[in-house]
Design a protein around this ligand. Structure first.
Ligand code: GLY
Length: 562
């Protein structure tokens, strides 16, 4: 009997430690340069810019605009985002082109007279719209670092919009899924009221015209010109509060990224108002003392350590983080080794910690699922990592037919009422309350990894609150478990965010024995609510300096390079 139990235990251990991806599956390998994004059209446009002699910053601007055409689900000019960069000479930096609250925004704008959150007010339609930052971001990047003309950069997106984009199976399904909301959010029929089918071609003539005006008159066309007037009028006609003045006052912020060590890696990620960098630093420093490589990929012990570190980091995130131009954030303390060791001091492999027993440390967050990410490395050795969003899938679902794009619902990333979870179940605090012109807290985690002072990886993902933990697991998959970039991206993912107190797991990806073991230790496992956790797009610099792309099979993501 004892022998039998021992054999079962060994088998269990073997199965739970087993890698669930095929060995040595590699992504696209190229010698010179690469772009990995959510759509082949955008990756190709970015890559063509690089081939033409443009740098990663030129390609950033071109890819961002191409995604606005090819991937209206999340690509945008009606939203915002963050870019982290590393130049070939090692210089690093970050750009915040995050949306802002309109001037007329108020702390309780999404509450009824009894102080309760009004369902959908911050997610569906014009009241959900923050001041878009994307066009300002594109122009800021081009002005500071670009080498090609703005015509070279914008023209490919305009041509794509006129030519049209072929609908994929996944896109057909998404459009059908969100159709009822498109109908509710818009007074009049839009391009997206049609049940587009796989292989149909959608032409974006209005967007092509908007981009042409922007190309001709510059950034001011979007923020102060004819486009600004038409946009503000459209939002107000639909019941929103965004004005021409809001658009005219928008500006991007260049920010120092969060930079920290993990083993022999140097990780560079986005600083507030994104929670990404701080939270990633906290989690990685909490798990650094543990021997994940010995425990094995997605093994019981590895999942325990990561989930417990995530629980603790997300509790802090909900309390302390917000727009740094409005709140003081104790970043140094939050990412200090001593503080984080103390945070993990009550962790035990014997049983799950309860989230009700974990509060923010003694010294509070947010999001969206349907963001998108792209990574670029150019022929000169510059790299950018950009995550951009309109928050929910197709943003607020409000589509401006006159101008040809969806508007964001980024206002939902604020805490409408501290203590009440947003659309992603993340509970926010006072630090992220709504104020005029404040930026809402984000989870976007565009990240660059260096090893021995050299570029190793450019990586990021959509996924709302799961962004941070997906980036984390992909870095660990390469560093701790020796996976290729493609394997690291493909590997099944899990996620813990303090509240709700559960480990979300991609369905049918983790074996029953492992789940049983976790449940026995007190963990609640949720395999229902996140059929997909993240769509990671990354580029890895290999030992021989070739580039390997990791494009996530969970989407239509594609790597293009040469
Ligand atoms: N709206 C997604 C994020 O900023 O995290």
């Amino acid at each position: 009997m004892k022998q039998l139990i021992y054999t079962i235990l060994l088998l269990t251990l073997y199965v739970s430690c087993k890698k669930t991806v095929e060995p040595s599956k590699t992504g696209l390998i190229t010698k010179n340069a690469m772009v990995v994004s959510a759509r082949v059209e955008a990756s190709k446009i970015g890559s063509d810019i690089l081939k033409k002699g443009g740098n990663a910053f030129d390609a950033m601007a071109a890819t961002q605009l191409a995604l606005a055409v090819a991937y209206p689900y999340a690509g945008n000019i009606g939203g915002g985002g963050f870019m982290v960069y590393r130049k070939a000479n090692g210089e690093i930096g970050g750009l915040d082109f995050r949306e802002k609250a309109p001037l007329a925004a108020t702390t309780d704008m999404y509450l009824d007279e009894d102080g309760n959150v009004i369902p959908e007010k911050s997610t569906l339609g014009a009241m959900a719209v923050g001041v878009p930052g994307t066009i300002a971001g594109v122009f800021a990047v081009h002005e500071k670092f670009g080498s090609l003309s703005i015509e070279d950069i914008i023209k490919p997106a305009i041509e794509l919009a006129y030519r049209g984009v072929i609908v994929t199976k996944k896109q057909e399904e998404k459009i059908a899924h969100y159709m009822p909301l498109f109908k509710r959010a818009n007074k009049y029929s839009t391009l997206f009221h049609k049940p587009w089918k796989k292989n149909d071609t959608i032409k974006y003539e209005a967007l092509a015209k908007t981009l042409t005006r922007i190309m001709t008159h510059g950034k001011d066309e979007f923020y102060k010109g004819d486009t600004a007037k038409r946009l503000a009028k459209f939002i107000q006609e639909n019941g929103g509060i965004l004005t021409e003045e809001d658009l005219a006052r928008y500006e991007v912020k260049w920010r120092d990224p969060v930079s920290f060590k993990y083993d022999d890696l140097n990780i560079i990620s986005m600083s507030p108002p994104s929670s990404g960098g701080v939270c990633l630093a906290q989690i990685m420093k909490m798990i650094e003392p543990f021997h994940l490589d010995e425990y094995g990929h997605n093994s019981l012990k590895t999942i325990q350590v990561i989930a417990e570190a995530e629980r603790r980091a997300y509790a802090d995130r909900s309390f302390y983080l917000g727009d740094p131009d409005f709140v003081d954030i104790p970043i140094e303390t939050l990412t200090q080794k001593a503080y984080l060791n103390k945070r993990m001091s009550d962790f035990s492999f014997k049983k799950a910690t309860l989230s009700s027993d974990v509060s923010h440390g003694d010294i509070q967050v947010i999001e969206s699922n349907e963001t998108t990410h792209y990574s670029i490395i150019d022929t000169f050795g510059n790299t950018v990592s950009v995550t951009t969003t309109i928050n929910g899938a197709y943003g607020s679902k409000l589509y401006c037919s006159d101008l040809g794009f969806f508007l964001n619902n980024e206002m939902d990333d604020f805490s409408s009422k501290p203590g009440v979870p947003n659309m992603f179940g993340v509970t926010g605090g006072e630090a992220n309350s709504i104020l005029p012109e404040k930026r809402m807290l984000s989870s976007m985690t565009p990240t660059i990894v260096e090893k021995d002072g050299k570029l190793l990886m450019s990586i990021g993902t959509p996924g709302g609150s799961t962004i941070i933990t997906s980036v984390l697991q992909t870095i660990l998959n390469v560093h701790e478990f020796n996976m290729t970039m493609q394997e690291a991206v493909d590997a099944p993912r899990f996620h813990h965010q303090w509240l709700p107190d559960e480990i979300r797991m991609e369905p049918n990806s983790f074996n029953d024995t492992l789940i049983f073991q976790l449940e026995k230790l007190g963990y609640s496992i949720n395999e229902k609510d996140s059929p997909v956790i993240g769509k990671v797009d990354g580029i890895l610099v290999l030992n021989d300096e070739l580039l390997e792309g990791g494009a996530d099979h969970r989407g239509d993501d594609t790597a293009v390079g040469f």
